[in-house]
Structures are given as structure tokens and as C-alpha cells.
Design a protein around this ligand. Structure first.
Ligand code: SF4
Length: 449
């Protein structure tokens, strides 16, 4: 086994990285080591960028993490807009960024996003570049199987920290999917491209044919494989069908072999899914994969939230994270409609961060409640500076607060009739609980003192 962080963890070595993660997460280093050794936590990083990238741990007992997808499309290539999106991802608190570019000079755009988004780990879907450049180079779909692997190698050399590898989609499953009675047979872009390549060439998925070599590559860079979910439902009417479950079983098999090779791996899922199915889906993923970190795309609990899909994502995502998922891929208001603008990227990040924070409060209680303790007590005191400083979007919140001119110490919702103003003199001297005391109050007890 290559000398990866998973190998160190299995040998009982607590590394500096594990100590750093433990500090950020409020846990004991030994616990972090144990969870990495078990494959229940993954550190999203490529050794080539050690020291430049923040250590982001996803998985059991870790705070929920949020990813922002950015990048050009085949039809809209605005490099400056992508630069702004990368900066927004850092400013508004995304934990990671994925470059999903398919238009323009893909290597140049990726290196720009990597620089602008530092210190956030960067992920990619290498199938996109393999497809775009493969078509150009080979003049059509006769792209050789090993071309897909060469692109992975190139991106690992560039320092990409984790990649979606759609290896759970076999040729047999792709054939079944396109003949199925699903509303949308394959909604995943990478999955659809690979399925088209397999059906056209009559060959097995390149990532499956070269899986052992891929594991060697990821071990060499100690980077992370995110097992793609090509067959996630693109409609609630396709949820938890035979195809989705069959791909998850296959993903679990890949997780086992990656762990044997000392490669950190996470699993993607579950697409469009109604609220009643989400907790069962998370439990199934954890049960089948032995607790592999679950990276949720969606879940979108309705197909019909166009223009507001970031809100649908926040609803489904909060439930999934609370049920045990670990890592949430944001959705913007432009989902299902267009490539997002920088402003829509910001809205998507904020919605996903609120979902993640709400789930962490329910999962971890006091460990996650510092922000709420500060805001709640400041609200009772009408301390606007502290409140606004702790907002997910401080400038946006300040703008709304001042929108009618502020003629009292309260806000303009109630003005001079504000409850905290009216009762102010009677509340004086009642003793202010410290934030620590407030956080203790949600440690499993709802009884107020
Ligand atoms: S004015 Fe009304 S809404 Fe505003 S802080 Fe006071 S009670 Fe709350």
C-alpha cells in the first residue's frame, strides 16, 4: 500500500494534518485518525498542494461541508465571470469548489480557478475534459479508452484534490438505463457522456477497465476519488428504482477496493428525491459502503422549483445532512434553467450553508451553536453590530436592516413598538447568559432554566 494518509491512520500514526483537522472540528486527534483509518472520513487534498489548501475533512462526526460548482459551459465562456465566482466561493464560505468547465481553454481556466479559489480544495469531473478534447483530437467518438485516464493523470499533476469518477456505471447498467421507462434515463452530465461513449464503441467504462491503475494514481498523489452517481434520479418519479440502487451497490464495491489500496473515497448521490425517501437513502449508502462519506447532490425534493431550486436544495439538503450525509453540493437559482451568474452562485452558497448549519445544530448541538448563541443574545439586546457580523451575508443583511431609514434603536418591522424596547426597562439587570451557557441549553434538553 502506498504511503497515503489512510495508511498512516491504519498504522496508528497521528499526523499533523489529523491534529489540524481535529482542532478545526473540536474533536480529539485520535478520533480523526480512527475515522480516516476506517474510511469514514476523507481529507480532500492532493499532496502536490500541501500547505496551500485548507484541510477539509468530510464524513462522520465532521461539520457538514458545502461545495460550489463553477466553470464555463459549452455555450457560455466568460472567464472573468468564473474568476468572480471563485472569489465569491471563498468570500461566502464554501468549503470546496468544483471546476465543471466544458468551454474555452480548460487547463488555463482550471489553473485560474485553482489560484483564485485557494485555499479551498478543488474538485473536477475529468470526463468533461476527456470528452471535449477527445472529440477534437480523435475527430469523433472513437476516443481510445486510455485517453480518459490520461486526463485524470494530467489533472492530478496540476494539483486537483478530488475528482468525480463515474466508475460505478457499467456498460450493462448504461444499456438498461437508456432502454428503461425512467422519465429521464440519465441526468448526470458525466454519466451521459460515458454512456454515449460505451454504447457507441461497445466497450466497458474506461474507469472500470483501468480501475486498478486509477487507484495507483490516486494513491501516488494521495488525492480523493468521489464515486460519481450517473444514475441518480433526475426526477422524483425515478427515485430509488432498480437502476439507482444497483449503481449504489456497485459504488460500495468500488469503495472496498479503494480502501484496500489506501485511497480515500467518498460516494455521490442521490439526485431528485421526495422528503420521505431521503433518510432511508442516507442509511442505505452508509450501510452498503461501511460508512463512506456521502456527498449529496441535491436531494431536490420537488421537480418544480425552477428559479428557486436553491431553496428546494436547502430543504432536501438539511434533511439529508441531519440523517447522516456529510457534504452538500449547492444548487443555485439558475439550476435547470441556465449557467449561474456570480450573484446566483452567492445565493446558492448561502442557501446551502444555512442548510448545513441547521443540520449541524440538530446533529451536534452545542458544538455547532456558537453563531446562534451570539446572534440570539445580541437580538435580545438590540445589538445590531453583533447580529449583522454573524449573518451568513453580513452586507446583504445590513442593507435590508437599513432599507427604511432606522428611526429607533429597534428595526422598522415594529419601530417604537418593538417588544425588546417596550419591555427594555423591566428586563434590565436580569443577568446576561454567556454564549457558553446558551450553547449548553441545546445539549439535548429543551427545558429552559
Ligand atoms: S422591531 Fe420588532 S422585528 Fe425588529 S427587533 Fe424589535 S421586535 Fe424584532
Amino acid at each position: 500500500m502506498a504511503d497515503t494518509i489512510m495508511k498512516a491512520a491504519r498504522e496508528g500514526r497521528v499526523t499533523d494534518e489529523m491534529r489540524e483537522v481535529a482542532k478545526a472540528e473540536g474533536l480529539e486527534p485520535e478520533k480523526v485518525r480512527f475515522l480516516i483509518a476506517e474510511g469514514r472520513v476523507a481529507l480532500l487534498r492532493n499532496v502536490k498542494r500541501s500547505g496551500r489548501v485548507r484541510l477539509v475533512a468530510v464524513g462522520e462526526a465532521m461539520f457538514s461541508k458545502v461545495n460550489a460548482n463553477i466553470g464555463t459551459s459549452g455555450t457560455v465562456v466568460d472567464v472573468e465571470a468564473e474568476r468572480r465566482k471563485a472569489r465569491i466561493a471563498v468570500e461566502y464560505g464554501a468549503d470546496t469548489v468544483m471546476d465543471l468547465s466544458m468551454g474555452g481553454d480548460l487547463d488555463e481556466i482550471r489553473m485560474m480557478i485553482m489560484r483564485e479559489a485557494e485555499p479551498l480544495p478543488l474538485g473536477t469531473v475529468p470526463t468533461y475534459q476527456a470528452w471535449v478534447e477527445g472529440l477534437r483530437r480523435y475527430g469523433g467518438l472513437g476516443i481510445p479508452s486510455d485517453w480518459f485516464i490520461k486526463i485524470v493523470e494530467r489533472q492530478l499533476r496540476q494539483g486537483v484534490d478530488y475528482m468525480t469518477i463515474h466508475a460505478a456505471l457499467s456498460r450493462e447498467l448504461a444499456e438498461k438505463a437508456v432502454r428503461s421507462r425512467r422519465v429521464i434515463p440519465i441526468t448526470s452530465r458525466g454519466g451521459a457522456l460515458l454512456a454515449a461513449w460505451m454504447l457507441e464503441n461497445g466497450e466497458e467504462n474506461p474507469y472500470r477497465s483501468h480501475w486498478s491503475y486509477l487507484l495507483e494514481l490516486f494513491a501516488e498523489y494521495d488525492a480523493v476519488i468521489s464515486v460519481g452517481d450517473s444514475l441518480r434520479p433526475g426526477s422524483i418519479f425515478d427515485q430509488h428504482d432498480e437502476l439507482q440502487v444497483a449503481e449504489l451497490v456497485e459504488a460500495a464495491r468500488l469503495v472496498r477496493s479503494a480502501r484496500e489500496a489506501g485511497v480515500q473515497v467518498i460516494v455521490e448521490g442521490p439526485g431528485h428525491m421526495t422528503l420521505d425517501q431521503i433518510a432511508a437513502n442516507v442509511r442505505l449508502e452508509k450501510q452498503l459502503t461501511g460508512g463512506a462519506p456521502y456527498y449529496v447532490l441535491g436531494p431536490l425534493p420537488t421537480d418544480a422549483a425552477m428559479g428557486y431550486d436553491h431553496i428546494a436544495l436547502a430543504i432536501g439538503g438539511a434533511l439529508a445532512l441531519w440523517a447522516g450525509a456529510d457534504y452538500l453540493c449547492y444548487v443555485t437559482p439558475a439550476e435547470h434553467l441556465s449557467l449561474p451568474t456570480p450573484e446566483q452562485v452567492k445565493e446558492g452558497i448561502i442557501a446551502a450553508r444555512i442548510a448545513a448549519h441547521a443540520a449541524d445544530l440538530a446533529k451536534y448541538g452545542a458544538r455547532a451553536a456558537g453563531r446562534d448563541a451570539a446572534v440570539s443574545w445580541a437580538r435580545a439586546r438590540l445589538d445590531w453590530k453583533t447580529m449583522l457580523d454573524h449573518a451568513f451575508d453580513p452586507r446583504g443583511a445590513a442593507r435590508i436592516h437599513a432599507q427604511y431609514g432606522l428611526r429607533t434603536r429597534a428595526c422598522d418591522m415594529c419601530g417604537q413598538y418593538c417588544a425588546c424596547l417596550v419591555l427594555g426597562k423591566h428586563m434590565r439587570g436580569r443577568g446576561e447568559p454567556e454564549p457558553e451557557e446558551l450553547t449548553r441549553r441545546i445539549l439535548g434538553s429543551t427545558l429552559l432554566p
